[in-house]
Design a protein around this ligand. Structure first.
Ligand code: SAH
Length: 455
């Protein structure tokens, strides 16, 4: 029976869904309730009902779950950035193990699947090396910079974030002060007017240097020397200040053009002993320490002896490719963002690696061509974006029949779908590991090793 909308019920939370909501049942009807956890007894207001399931708002915690903990961030209840901060950290990783296993069983049909190794983070806070803060106006016309509130485009003013570096608060304050003192308008996404859209920061975990990108709906910033001075005073570790031109009416974080107004065009970080230059547009893993663990596991699964030809598909700036190149015969990296491939080539050169080549193209276009041209691989590494891999790419890989496929995934649902395809076409999952790259959020990273059944 569907419960009545706008009515309150008492319920016990029995689990947490893959998007981080507590799950409870009212007369057999499933209700998702944000910011609750397994074992909570709650008063819940039914706010939305559909056939089969609905959403509720937590009104009161009658008896708290033993898994509950006090969120360290005052903005947590309104902010859309984290979903699990009210949950004890050890239990968060268990929830994530469940999310992976559920997806693999339900979507992939791997009935006995379990994650052999679930790796939690040593640092559940201050782990993000990249932050993006939107800028706008509040009801009184004051400039605000912070995060979007849950399920909305209202900007909640914040003075930094416990997921990112401490310096972010100083950067936000410097940009706001500069805007106020120089009459620089914030962007208004409804009317597509105003200048400053976002502040983006990236910090190097190894070297401590900071890149700040200001994205603008225009060609320049007035009195930009004043902004540069303020930023350098506020954050002495700044090594690069970039203005990104983003004049389109779009939600995309950045436009195509970057103008370096102070310092360098890229910043440098280090993974597993290799230095990487990172451009503003290039993807770079967000949690440095966990990335080193993730890559070490991917390399362990790849089991390279020095004789293998490796293909690293969705290679970004070539991080996995170059780590693999040190113990492989050759590596081909494939990536759609041209700037990232430029970074990858430079990174190969500066690290003295000459057995890696890189192609800027979509995987679905280039991988079938490479394989038709006889560029077969012994080991394939896949690390696609959330939507997973295209069937065109997967079928080409199957034709090439590598011995091993190491699939690194940020979305268990598409991993399950793609692994199902690969297992229907000659492969078996033999190992798996889960990594909590994003503590306090519902995101989880998974690696599975798929072995060719004919080898
Ligand atoms: N392996 C890298 C990057 C993983 S993120 C690392 O660990 O840093 C996924 C990457 O896939 C991004 O760099 C993104 O630009 C790229 N990408 C997205 N769609 C793609 C496609 N269709 N073909 C090739 N690369 C794509």
């Amino acid at each position: 029976m569907i419960p009545e909308k706008n009515k309150e019920y008492t319920a016990i939370v029995t689990g947490v869904s893959s998007d981080g909501n507590g799950i409870c049942r009212i007369d057999g009807y499933t209700l998702f309730v944000p910011q609750t956890v397994t074992g909570d007894k709650i008063r819940v207001l039914v706010v939305k009902t559909r056939t089969g399931f609905g959403y509720g708002k937590r009104m009161e915690i009658i008896e708290p779950s033993p898994y509950r903990t006090e969120p360290v961030c005052g903005a947590y209840r309104r902010c859309g950035g984290c979903q699990l901060m009210h949950i004890d950290y050890a239990y968060q990783t268990e929830i994530k193990r469940g999310i992976i296993e559920n997806a693999m069983r339900r979507i992939g049909g791997f009935e006995d699947f379990f994650v052999s190794d679930m790796v939690g983070a040593d640092k559940p806070y201050r782990y993000r090396n990249k932050m993006i803060f939107p800028i706008g106006k509040d009801k009184n016309g004051e400039i605000v910079c912070g995060f979007y509130a849950q399920r909305s485009h209202d900007i909640m003013p914040l003075d930094g974030c416990v997921a990112g570096g401490d310096f972010n608060g100083a950067v936000i304050r410097a940009v706001k002060e500069y805007m106020q003192e120089n009459n620089v308008s914030p962007y208004d996404e409804k009317t597509h007017t105003g200048l400053v859209r976002r502040v983006f920061t990236r910090v190097s975990a190894k070297y401590g240097s900071v890149m700040t990108v200001i994205s603008v709906n225009g060609d320049n910033l007035p009195n930009r020397e004043k902004l540069i001075k303020k930023l350098r005073t506020a954050c002495p570790d700044i090594a690069s200040i970039i203005v990104n031109i983003n004049k389109k009416r779009t939600n995309l974080v950045m436009g195509d053009k970057n103008v370096t107004v102070w310092g360098s065009d890229t910043i440098k970080d280090n993974l597993l002993g290799l230095d990487f230059e990172i451009s503003p547009h290039s993807f770079f893993q967000i949690n440095h320490d966990m990335t080193e663990k993730l890559y070490a596991k991917a390399l362990e699964f790849a089991d390279l002896s020095g004789n293998e030809n490796v293909m690293d598909i969705y290679c970004g700036i070539g991080t996995i490719s170059l780590c693999a190149a040190k113990c492989a015969k050759s590596v081909i990296g494939v990536e759609i963002v041209e700037k990232a491939i430029e970074d990858a080539r430079k990174n190969a050169q500066s690290n003295g690696i000459d057995n890696a080549e890189f192609y800027a193209s979509s995987a679905e276009e280039i991988v079938p061509k490479l394989i038709e041209n006889g560029r077969l691989a012994d080991v394939v590494i896949l690390d696609p974006p959330r939507k997973g891999s295209e069937e065109k790419t997967l079928s080409a890989i199957v034709k090439a029949a590598p011995k091993r496929i190491v699939y690194v995934s940020c979305n268990p649902a598409t991993l399950a779908r793609d692994a199902k395809y690969l297992c229907e076409n000659g492969y078996s999952i033999t190992k798996s590991a889960g990594f909590d790259m994003f503590p306090n959020t519902m995101h989880v990273e998974t690696i599975v090793l798929l072995q060719n059944r004919n080898m």
